[in-house]
Ligand binder design. Sequence first.
Ligand code: PMP
Length: 456
Amino acid sequence: MLEGAVDSILEAVGDTPLVRLRRVVGDVDAEIYAKCEYLNPAGSMKDRMALHLVDEAERRGELRSGGTIVEATSGNTGAALAMIAAVRGYRCVFVMPDKMSDEKIASLRAFGARVLVCPTAVEPDDPRSYYSVARRVCDETPGAFYANQYHNQDNPGGHYRSTGPELWAQTGGGFDALVAGLGTGGTVTGVGRFLREKKPDVALIGVDPVGSLYYDYFKNGRLTTPFTYKVEGIGEDFIPSTIDLSLLDDVVRVDDRESFAMTRELVRREGLYVGGSSGAAVAGALKYARARGGGVRVVVILPDGASKYLSKIFNDDWMREHGLLGPGATLGTVADLIRFRVDNPVIAARAGDSVREVVALLKEHRVSQVPVLDGTRLLGAISEVDLLRYIVSEEESLDSPVGPLVEADFASASPATPLAEVQALLNEVRVVLVQVDGALVAVITKIDLIDYLARH
Ligand code: PMP
């Protein structure tokens, strides 16, 4: 064996560079360091966790010689597992949602894996969803091992043993905050657990795309109605058991437009050949750093590379077609609607307000529903219909607090959310609530949208 050679590509997982960002940081008073996980051999930070996950499955006897690895994956975990399977002689079957790029699917097939594509726009428990299909394939394949990255604790475990200690050794712990996009949450949870043991006051910040559940669940404890977005690999429409949100100090929200603009900047101005969730993470890191100030030192994880997104994020036609480049969507955005309206600031009720008081509030402001806050926590909205139903029920009391009557039947948007998206959402939920930095800035119902569109 030649000195300096490794036995297989699996020994080349990890040891990724940490690079200081310069030009994209602009005037933000912070030092931002990028952990280049996209340089792992199968193309992402998932290499680390997949290796640990397979090692543990072998050790427990769940994966045996000649076995088949099955996974529901958006791509990077698949590539990592496929690489490991190639080296160790396993077969692989991957099930993925249809919004994933063709390049991701092709790269899995290149490793010799079987790929099944399922519809994105169905509930996780629908038999056509990629979660359900993966389970079925597993049940029907002898010697199958379901990697199950959303619930397998070896996912955060891999980052706890690999990414965390490596970052610590690389920096001596001299940074104030770690910023990472939230998918399964394995990265932030595993790295975060390790860092907290070493440095209890390190800030752990998650980044979540608008449309995903994490932001509102973290801020308000409410599960809102999720909607689709274009950035791949981050955000969820359910809460996986691999994420420990209690570790996090904050969740920062980013939209597709700013995520992709930053992705392009990272490639063009920093020479970092990264994908969309890296742009999202850096955009989130800069938001966090700007708010915190004081020369804060931030480490941000760059999960995967640009090559899988050449036909999307790096293709001007695709970007324009999806309203992500040039002038905004034709109908405008939530910000346009807010500017057009005169009813600022938002009228809201408090959870402790009595039914009587809320009825008076609706009457006074001539509105049919109001958002309800518990301190700064957004509980949802309450409408005339809810109050009427309550008042005619047996146990009504006009002096009871409205808090328990509020359902989380809302979707959560940002000022950059296209109004076309809001229109679609209002078919599913009664109200779209708009938040900026955790503060409620607007309440949009059907009539608001009609009113705005009728005048434009
Ligand atoms: N970015 C990309 C491109 C990913 O594939 C993933 C994994 N879903 C993430 C970010 C998020 O990482 P994690 O699942 O560890 O939260």
